[in-house]
Design a protein around this ligand. Structure first.
Ligand SMILES: Cc1cc2nc3c(=O)[nH]c(=O)nc-3n(C[C@H](O)[C@H](O)[C@H](O)COP(=O)(O)OP(=O)(O)OC[C@H]3O[C@@H](n4cnc5c(N)ncnc54)[C@H](O)[C@@H]3O)c2cc1C
Length: 369
């Protein structure tokens, strides 16, 4: 039986960027919130932190683009409420190494311009005037000044400070369900936290949380490896995020860089591999040769939480009291502000805006995982 002190308006399962931001926004609206977090670094601890809806706008991903743009518009104000979240409003250059890549980039540039997105086509000499460290062989570049970046580790630390509410270091084993509604969370040790609503925000681990199968959002892990690098000479190799065909290079502004990321369907495996490191260094060194001068600080791998349609699940679920905030795949850091606002609105019983409809968790209700 849960004690009185173990009863909350909202319990959030997962204290990564998504869970903490949802908890923070819900407490700002007056809810008594507890975050249950297993204390293991999630995808946020590995993520590069690109806030890049425009450079990631692909054919056929319109729903994701709308959500990403909505979140990017909120980012500066969101960060202004936080203490040192590591936000950098410096833009992005997307570069092509050869003729094939240049043709593909031309098609994407036309697609993005057609949607009214702010992209500017640069000749190699113009790109190198902006970023002198680019290889002379670069064939074409797109300048995307509105695609920024953030340090996800600093963001999570800042969100933890801003939330300031109760944080339980524990692993949630299942949802408590009674009379057709969610009534709280059962922890691994059997203890129960009673709550009026539960926000499921445990990244890829939501697939291991016990709950009625018909209410589940299916999420699968997609492995990504990244290298954290540091220039012993200090900052300045590149200012902007540089994106190639399959690798990206994100400056933190202080001489540190994140080089990412592989995309691998390898289940729950998070072992960094020689092949992964080789791929990343090979691809980015053809665009920024100076990468070979940098020190390696860290090599890590994480799991992106992906739904079957790669669009997240945000909002009320198939049981009363169940709210989803998961499946953010490769854009969870970008989508943090908009997810938190939507979840706080869902918890308050508000109708979510129509642009959020593609992320409705009910599209998976009753569909076998
Ligand atoms: C290599 C890589 C690069 C990426 N780059 C970017 C990028 O540049 N831009 C971008 O926007 N996104 C990026 N992402 C995606 C982003 O990291 C994820 O979408 C985002 O972190 C998902 O956030 P989350 O809070 O849902 O999950 P996570 O970050 O995985 O956090 C989940 C949290 O839940 C906790 N938890 C797990 N199980 C339980 C349980 N049973 N009980 C209690 N707590 C639990 C964990 O301890 C963890 O703290 C990248 C991801 C990877 C792997």
């Amino acid at each position: 039986m849960a004690s009185q002190s173990d009863s909350f308006d909202v319990a959030v399962v997962g204290g990564g960027a998504i869970g903490l931001a949802c908890a923070w926004r819900a407490s700002q609206r007056g809810a008594r919130v507890v975050v249950v977090d297993a204390g293991e670094p999630g995808a946020w601890n590995v993520a590069a932190g690109m806030l890049a809806p425009v450079s990631e706008a692909e054919f056929g991903e319109r729903a994701l683009l709308e959500l990403g743009l909505e979140s990017a518009r909120r980012y500066a104000a969101f960060c202004a409420e936080l203490e040192q979240p590591g936000y950098r409003d410096v833009g992005t250059l997307v570069v092509a190494r050869d003729r094939d890549e240049a043709e593909a980039l031309e098609r994407l540039a036309a697609f993005r311009t057609g949607l009214g997105l702010p992209v500017e086509r640069l000749r190699p000499s113009q790109a190198r005037a902006l970023e002198p460290a680019l290889a002379p062989t670069v064939r074409l570049a797109l300048d995307i000044p509105s695609d920024h970046s953030i340090d996800p580790r600093r963001l999570v630390a800042a969100l933890g400070r801003a939330f300031g509410g109760e944080l339980r270091r524990a692993r949630a084993a299942s949802l408590s369900v009674g009379r057709g509604r969610v009534t709280g969370v059962v922890l691994e040790d059997g203890a129960e936290i009673a709550a009026g609503a539960v926000v499921v925000a445990a990244g890829v681990h939501v697939s291991r949380l016990g709950m009625p199968e018909a209410a589940r959002v299916p999420v699968r892990p997609v492995k990504g490896q990244v290298l954290r690098l540091r220039d012993p000479g200090g900052p300045g190799l590149v200012e902007r995020t540089i994106r190639g065909e399959s690798a990206y290079f994100v400056p933190r502004g202080d001489g540190r860089y994140v080089l990412g990321a592989t995309m691998e369907d390898r289940g729950w495996d998070t072992t960094p591999t020689a092949g992964g490191v080789y791929e990343l260094l090979r691809d980015i060194s053809e665009v920024v040769p100076g990468v070979f001068e940098l020190d390696i600080e860290e090599l890590s791998a994480g799991l992106r939480p992906a739904t079957p349609d790669n669009v997240p699940a945000i909002g009320r679920g198939a049981l009363e009291g169940l709210v989803w905030a998961t499946g953010h795949f490769r854009n969870g850091i970008l989508l943090t502000p908009v997810t938190a606002d939507l979840v706080a609105a869902a918890l308050a019983g508000e109708v979510l805006p129509s642009w959020a409809a593609p992320a409705d968790p009910l599209r998976f209700a009753g569909v076998p995982a």
